[in-house]
Design a protein. Structure first.
Length: 202
């Protein structure tokens, strides 16, 4: 009988011990899961990974826009200075041809606009109405900038329109949906125009 009681007590003690160890292990697993859920040590890295791509695209778009605006300002300033040579008769009296006139305009250019890619179109008209209807498209049928333009500075009293064209390379750093490119080769066509009536310089 005593042996039976002893064996029963041993079995009961073993079962209780196993149960306690199981409960202890379950408690540790539960605490581990709770600790994992409450651990925020990697939150900053995860949040940065989510916003990094849009942020970089935004910065590149701002940089691209700034380059376009600066280049366009440079082109407009040089065109205005060159047009003054025609309006005051300096280009006519000094017998400027298209190459000489371009050289004078290029003196006013600065980076990122390069003289080699600059195209100038100079046309004279009898009136501003004729000038408005006489301008031609600078783009060819292939969607690229034409290579040949006119140079006619006109006579005293004529209406003259000076146009400058420049294909600015803005790179392929942005998706086509948000890029400022409007030409082939990831270029953007910049246009500067000056319209005026020649002074009576003779």
């Amino acid at each position: 009988m005593k042996l039976t009681h002893a064996l029963t007590a041993l079995a009961l003690g073993t079962a209780v011990g196993q149960r306690c160890r199981a409960l202890q292990a379950g408690g540790q697993a539960g605490r581990g899961l709770r600790d994992f859920q409450q651990d925020a040590s990697g939150a900053s890295a995860l949040e940065f990974a989510l916003v990094a791509a849009p942020l970089i695209l935004l910065l590149l778009a701002v940089l691209q826009l700034a380059i376009v605006f600066f280049a366009n300002y440079t082109l407009e300033s040089a065109t205005t200075q060159g047009a003054r040579l025609i309006r005051t008769g300096q280009a006519q009296t000094q017998k400027f041809d298209s190459a000489k006139f371009k050289k004078e305009v290029c003196k006013q250019l600065s980076a990122p606009v390069k003289c080699a890619d600059l195209k100038l179109d100079v046309r004279s008209y009898s009136s501003f109405g004729g000038a408005a209807s006489g301008l031609t498209n600078p783009m060819g049928p292939d969607g690229e900038l034409k290579t040949k333009f006119s140079y006619d500075p006109g006579k005293p009293g004529d209406v003259v329109v000076v146009r400058a064209f420049y294909p600015l390379d803005i790179g392929a750093v942005l998706p086509a949906e948000i890029s400022l490119s409007n030409m082939g080769g990831n270029n953007r066509l910049l246009i500067a125009t000056a319209a005026f009536r020649n002074e009576p310089y003779e």
